[in-house]
Design a binder for this molecule. Structure first.
Ligand SMILES: [Zn+2]
Length: 117
């Protein structure tokens, strides 16, 4: 028997911006660099330019949450700009939601779906 196990996630785009205070970027990312997250969990670097791992490590925990539809009162739904984890770096990363895609629980995991009663 087929049951509805559809859910939605947004593709993401992460853009590198310069901080408002004008500090230089000391990591190897530049204003205008970007990467995307598509098809649930695929990182894409469309320009082919390398991206430093320390800022990426700081961003990764946020991406799964930012891809989801959040309560409008949730701070995660409104705060889009993340400072670079290097305190001397003026880099800022803006996370934007893109295309909303449909997925099926049964196609993403082998764990059983729990139904509320
Ligand atoms: Zn940086």
């Amino acid at each position: 028997m087929q049951f509805d196990d559809e859910f939605f996630l947004h593709d993401l785009r992460v853009d590198v911006l310069r901080s408002a205070d004008g500090r230089p970027m000391v990591c190897r990312h530049d204003e205008g660099d970007y990467f995307t997250v598509t098809d649930d969990d695929l990182l894409n670097f469309p320009t082919g330019k390398p991206f430093p791992i320390f800022p990426l490590a700081a961003l990764l925990p946020l991406l799964a949450a930012k891809a989801r539809e959040l309560h409008p009162n949730d701070w995660m739904a409104t705060d889009t700009d993340i400072a670079c984890p290097d305190p001397n770096c003026g880099g800022v990363f803006r996370i934007s939601q893109g295309t909303r895609r449909s997925y099926r629980h049964s196609e993403q995991t082998l764990a059983p779906l729990r139904r509320s009663k």
